[in-house]
Ligand binder design. Structure first.
Ligand code: MG
Length: 235
C-alpha cells in the first residue's frame, strides 16, 4: 500500500504554470564545433567588433558591450534594454549563436534573453540545461505559444546556435490573411516544424504584426552573449 502511494506521488508533477506541463525529452545535440560559415548571400548583422546596425528601442545607440574574446561577441548589459537591427526583413533564414552565463539562478532567472523575429515573436533564450521551467517558456520555446519538440540545450558558457526559417504574416491591406510560420533548429536539431504563430509573444516591440520588421535581442537582466548573427532574406 505504501509503495502504491509512493508511486502515485512520484507521478504527480508540480504545476509548471503558463500552459503545457510536460517538458520535452532531453536530447544531447553533440559538441559545438565553431562558428557556422557565412553564406555568400547572407546579410551579416554583427561583425564581432561594433554595434553598427543595432539601436536601442528609443532609437539611440545600442548600449550592449562588445567583447573581443571568443572571436568577438556582443553581450547584453543588465539595465540597458533590448536592441534591434536597423535592417528589416520579411521572410528570412536567420542564424544566431549565443552563450548563456554561468549563474546560480533557476527557471526564468537563468541566462534569460530572447531572439525576437520582427521584434515580435520570441524564440526564448534561457539556460534550460539541467534546469526546469514551464515548457512553453524554456530555451527554444516560442514564448507562451509553442514548446520545443526536444530540449537540446548545451551547458551555460558553451556556444549554441539557432537556425530559424521564418515566413512572415501575409496581409491584404490592413487585414492579416495568413499567420507567421516558424521553423527552428537548435544546435542543428529540429525543435519547431512549421509552427503557426497566432500573434506577437510577450514583450514584443511595436504594435500589431507587420510584413517586414527588425531582429530584436532581449536584455532580461542576464549577460547573455551573441555572435555570428546573419540573415538571408527569402523574398
Ligand atoms: Mg526571454
Amino acid at each position: 500500500m505504501i509503495l502504491v502511494l509512493v508511486a502515485a506521488m512520484a507521478a504527480i508533477q508540480p504545476p509548471a504554470t503558463k500552459g503545457e506541463k510536460v517538458p520535452p525529452p532531453i536530447v544531447d545535440p553533440g559538441a559545438y564545433l565553431g562558428p557556422a560559415p557565412i553564406p555568400a548571400d547572407a546579410t551579416f548583422l554583427f561583425d564581432g567588433a561594433s554595434l553598427d546596425g543595432w539601436r536601442a528601442l528609443d532609437g539611440k545607440a545600442a548600449q550592449w558591450a562588445c567583447e573581443k574574446r571568443l572571436g568577438g561577441s556582443m553581450v547584453a548589459v543588465p539595465g540597458k534594454g533590448n536592441i534591434v537591427t536597423t535592417a528589416e526583413f520579411g521572410d528570412a533564414q536567420i542564424h544566431v549563436e549565443f552563450a548563456t552565463p554561468v549563474t546560480a539562478g533557476e527557471g526564468q532567472d537563468r541566462g534569460n534573453s530572447g531572439v525576437y523575429i520582427h521584434g515580435r515573436y520570441e524564440v526564448q533564450v534561457l539556460d534550460s540545461y539541467q534546469s526546469q521551467t514551464y515548457p512553453d517558456g524554456q530555451c527554444g520555446a516560442i514564448y507562451g505559444q509553442a514548446i520545443p519538440l526536444v530540449n537540446v540545450c548545451r551547458a551555460a558558457g558553451v556556444w549554441q546556435t539557432y537556425d530559424i526559417i521564418f515566413r512572415a504574416p501575409r496581409f491584404e491591406g490592413d487585414r492579416k490573411t495568413a499567420d507567421a510560420v516558424i521553423t527552428v533548429f537548435h544546435n542543428g536539431v529540429l525543435i519547431h516544424d512549421h509552427v503557426r504563430v497566432t500573434g506577437p509573444t510577450g514583450g514584443a516591440h511595436g504594435k500589431g504584426e507587420v510584413a517586414k520588421g527588425p531582429l530584436m535581442l532581449q536584455e532580461h537582466g542576464h549577460s547573455v552573449q551573441f555572435r555570428n548573427i546573419w540573415i538571408r532574406p527569402l523574398q
